[in-house]
Design a protein around this ligand. Structure first.
Ligand code: 4AD
Ligand code: MG
Length: 432
């Protein structure tokens, strides 16, 4: 790669003359001095253009630079303890690269609809850049974690012939002469084939749900990471989930304090995310709700309000396990202690952020799985390969799915999922 200098490394170049390229984040001026705030994607730098130090042409270019104009600046790197990166630049030259006039997003407040309409530009703002950097870090920490723990990346198909998580949220398409096909809701069923080939695998990619719910927790296209492990039972699954979450949070705390500060995140909340996490059975959760005087019928799924009540009792993620089988997916194994329960787990993030992980031990018995497929009225012919996994060397196995955007929302401490993915897809929005 060609040698390049970026703002984040500038302190190393104190006392040297450097040339940097980027965009005008902001500008202040007072008579003979222009303070240009340059952003280059790695940081922000104050460049001081002093009339007495530069040619009249250069001063005029600095004068005419508008918000988000692209430019090149040359100058001397000076230590400045009050600046964010500890340095500023005494400019000697400024060159315009790409003009920008009437940039639509100004420092004043804009409504969120306006900002999403301009998502392609909104992404340049300090807050959005911070969120994208944390997203990057979380993705990297996910890959590092599985790499360090003996997992193999396993890529499932996006186009699938059937549902895995229930038929109500499928995006449909016509698939040549083969009839209807669907965008995947989860790579899990394929990951199970992978686990029986490779032991421990994980899938990581976009998944799709035609969710009719217009909430701040739902996207129609979101990223999910799904580990699947041969010879793991539900307890092993929960052990892995808590180690995994702790690893992700620690990695963000280690690498992204500057971004968390931009987001005004209370990091003391994140510093508490250490194993072990509380484990509460569905039965106990129902009792907790009743003790709070909250009406709740055994057998119902936990709604967002219920989850908030439960998770507010803890300052760590809470693992709710053993749900009524009726409200869970067909592939989950029943609890041998109580046939009405599925060996399922949902992990609820603290501070009211709700479910970030859903997982389970899988049914590994051929006959039981076949009867579940029939009960759920699923097309048996499409599941013959999945049943084969229970016919040839079936073993106990488990896994879970972590929603990437929900995890970012929680770690960043923001209100809505739409800011955690570059171009959000929601029920009322598929642009830009
Ligand atoms: O609980 P879910 O539906 O579980 C599965 O899909 C399993 N197949 C996972 C597995 O065991 N391998 O989804 C898993 C996670 C949820 O906990 C949530 O974080 C996220 O995916 N999620 C969504 N995120 C954003 N928008 C949506 N519409 C989401 N639906 C689920
Ligand atoms: Mg779920």
């Amino acid at each position: 790669m060609k040698p390049e200098i970026y703002i984040k490394d500038l302190a190393k170049h104190t006392g040297q003359e450097v040339t940097l390229k980027g965009w005008l984040y902001n500008k202040r001026e007072s008579g003979k001095v222009k303070f240009l705030i340059l952003r280059d994607g790695t940081g922000y730098l104050q460049c001081i253009v002093f009339k007495g130090n530069v040619s009249p042409e250069v001063f005029e270019i600095a004068e005419k630079l508008h918000q988000e104009a692209a430019f090149e600046v040359t100058g001397l790197v000076k230590a400045e303890p009050r600046a964010v990166g500890g340095v500023e630049l005494d400019a000697t030259g400024v060159k315009l690269i790409g003009a920008s006039e009437d940039y639509p997003i100004t420092p004043k407040d804009h409504g969120v609809e306006f900002l999403i309409d301009n998502r392609h530009l909104w992404l340049r703002s300090k807050r959005q850049v911070a969120i994208m950097k944390i997203r990057h870090r979380i993705v990297k920490s996910i890959r590092d974690f599985f790499d360090e723990h003996g997992f193999t990346l396993f890529d499932p198909p996006i186009i699938t012939p059937n549902a895995s998580e229930g038929t109500s949220t499928l995006f449909q398409m016509e698939y040549f002469d083969l009839g209807k096909a669907y965008l995947t809701q989860s790579g899990q069923l394929y990951a199970e084939a992978g686990a029986l080939a490779l032991g421990k695998v994980y899938t990581f990619g976009p998944t799709f749900r035609a969710e009719k719910s217009k909430t701040r927790r739902h996207l129609t296209e979101f990223w999910m990471v799904e580990p699947e492990m041969a010879f793991y039972n539900l307890d092993d699954d929960m052990d892995l989930a808590e180690e995994f979450l702790e690893y992700i949070v620690k990695s963000v705390l280690k690498n992204n304090l500057a971004e968390l500060e931009i987001l005004e995140r209370d990091i003391t909340k994140l510093e508490k995310i250490e194993r072990p996490f509380p484990r509460v059975s569905y039965d106990e959760a129902v009792q907790m709700l009743k003790d709070e005087g909250h009406e709740f019928k055994w057998g119902d799924d936990l709604g967002a309000a219920d989850e908030t009540i439960i998770s507010s009792k803890y300052d760590k993620p809470v693992m709710v396990h053993r749900y009524p089988a009726e409200i869970k997916a067909f592939y989950m194994k029943r609890d041998p202690e109580n046939e009405k329960l599925a060996l399922a787990v949902d992990v609820l993030a603290p501070e009211g952020y709700g479910e970030i992980i859903g997982g389970s031990q899988r049914e590994d018995d051929y006959d039981l799985l076949l009867s579940r497929i029939k009960e759920h009225k699923l097309p048996e012919n499409f599941f013959s390969w999945y049943l084969d996994l229970r016919k040839y060397g079936s073993v106990p196995h488990s896994g879970f799915g972590l929603g990437l955007e929900r995890t970012i929302t929680w770690i960043c401490g923001i209100d809505h999922l739409r800011e955690t993915i570059p171009f959000p897809r929601m029920i009322y929005r598929n642009t830009p």
